[in-house]
Design a protein around this ligand. Structure first.
Ligand SMILES: C[S@@+](CC[C@H](N)C(=O)[O-])C[C@H]1O[C@@H](n2cnc3c(N)ncnc32)[C@H](O)[C@@H]1O
Length: 278
């Protein structure tokens, strides 16, 4: 599939349906070039002649491995430490103190679509810094992603190259990481110990994940249809304890969930609080 002009329109439509049904991602009308560039190598490796054959093969129930590789190739894993900074300032200045004042010694936090782990580990570093001020608050931080490779990356907790520096101050790198090999840094046990990572597709049930005081769901639903987005956000509200918080991406809005969530402005950003008392 050397160039997008070789994609048959029917094959493209079938591929769009496959992608949306399997992981929620909606491809625009004219993203053939993206499909070509992301799947080209995989198709050569798997000896797949064209997109039509690929759709036929991933439709086979036994093709879970290939399905996973296709989804992996089509997702964007872009992330960084302390992304957008305000959510982490809100954690330290407002939410952690609120949990403490409410007498909660242990909270559960979900980093949904956590990519390679920068978000759950940033939450854990923010908690570590907050605890250094004298708090004994503890947390279980659950990171989930559809990609087994990303989940393996979170579990390995090794970062190198440009990834280690994106958004991370030198001070935090020294304090929370150990240099293991040349340019490779490992998250220290006190930060790593409270993070668990699991493969999970946001289109599937959240029941097994349990209840959370705080959910981060950032920079993933922008790729989904409005219907899937609203469905996922509605179900996420149900996983939040009353009085719990939902943090979405800086450009994302939850206007349609005003019955369940109230908007809280803080530190130049917006987060959402589930109505009700703890
Ligand atoms: C752009 S990254 C966002 C990472 C992080 N939340 C952040 O804001 O930095 C999007 C992640 O969503 C994951 N993803 C895409 N579709 C998903 C789905 N249906 N269920 C779970 N994760 C998904 C991708 O694998 C990718 O790692």
């Amino acid at each position: 599939m050397a160039a997008s002009r070789h994609i048959d329109p029917e094959h493209y439509q079938a591929f769009r349906r496959f992608l949306e049904d399997s992981c929620g991602i909606v491809l625009g009308d004219n993203k053939q070039y993206l499909v070509s560039s992301r799947l080209g190598q995989l198709m050569v490796r798997e000896s797949i002649a064209d997109l039509g054959e690929l759709v036929r093969r991933v439709d086979d129930r036994r093709a879970a491995g290939l399905r996973g590789k296709v989804i992996e190739a089509m997702t964007t894993n872009e992330t960084q430490w302390f992304r957008d900074s305000y959510p982490f300032a809100i954690l330290q200045d407002r939410l952690f103190p609120e949990f403490d004042k409410g007498g909660m010694s242990h909270v559960r936090i979900w980093s949904a679509a956590c990519s390679s782990g920068q978000e759950p580990y940033s939450i854990s570093m923010a908690l570590e810094e907050y605890r250094a001020r004298g708090s004994r608050l503890e947390a279980e931080i659950v990171g989930t992603d559809i990609s087994p490779a990303m989940v393996a990356h979170v579990r390995a907790a090794h970062y190198g190259g440009s990834a280690i520096n994106r958004g991370l101050s030198l001070d935090r790198r020294k304090r929370f990481f150990r240099q293991v090999d040349g340019d490779v840094w490992e998250v220290r046990p006190e930060v790593r110990g409270r993070v668990r990572a699991h493969v999970h597709n946001l289109l599937e049930s959240f029941a097994a994940l349990g209840r959370f005081e705080l959910i981060f769901c950032r920079n993933v639903l922008i790729y989904f249809s409005a219907v899937s987005r609203e469905d996922i956000l509605g179900r996420m509200c149900q996983q939040l304890s009353p009085g719990g918080y939902l943090i979405v991406g800086a450009s994302e809005s939850l206007a349609r969930h005003a019955d369940e969530l109230e908007m809280v402005r803080s530190h130049g950003g917006v987060i959402y609080r589930r109505r009700g008392t703890r």
